[in-house]
Ligand binder design. Structure first.
Ligand SMILES: [Zn+2]
Length: 90
């Protein structure tokens, strides 16, 4: 990760790429929201907790998204851990 990366939200550095996903269950369908952004530690923490809490609140209303939710929550946690490591290494 380049040390010249700056946060897309607040402009702080260091920043690193992070990918997050969440599913919103509808009655018959599922919407999937994805984030792929260069964020600093503070903004990534805020984005991760927003995605995780919305997944927990909105993600269980259809059987299919209930099935996918544990995967989203786990992969967001993994991606956030990788993001922290990238920031440390940069
Ligand atoms: Zn930031």
């Amino acid at each position: 990760m380049s040390t010249s990366a700056v946060c897309e939200v607040c402009g702080n550095s260091p920043a690193a790429r992070i990918k997050l996903r969440r599913g919103v269950g509808l009655v018959l369908a599922q919407r999937i929201y994805k984030a792929d952004a260069i964020l600093c530690d503070v903004c990534a923490a805020a984005a991760t907790s927003e995605y995780q809490s919305k997944t927990v609140i909105q993600g269980w209303t259809s059987p299919r998204s209930a099935l996918m939710n544990p995967f989203y929550i786990a992969s967001n946690a993994v991606n956030r851990a990788k993001h922290k490591k990238n920031l440390r290494d940069s």
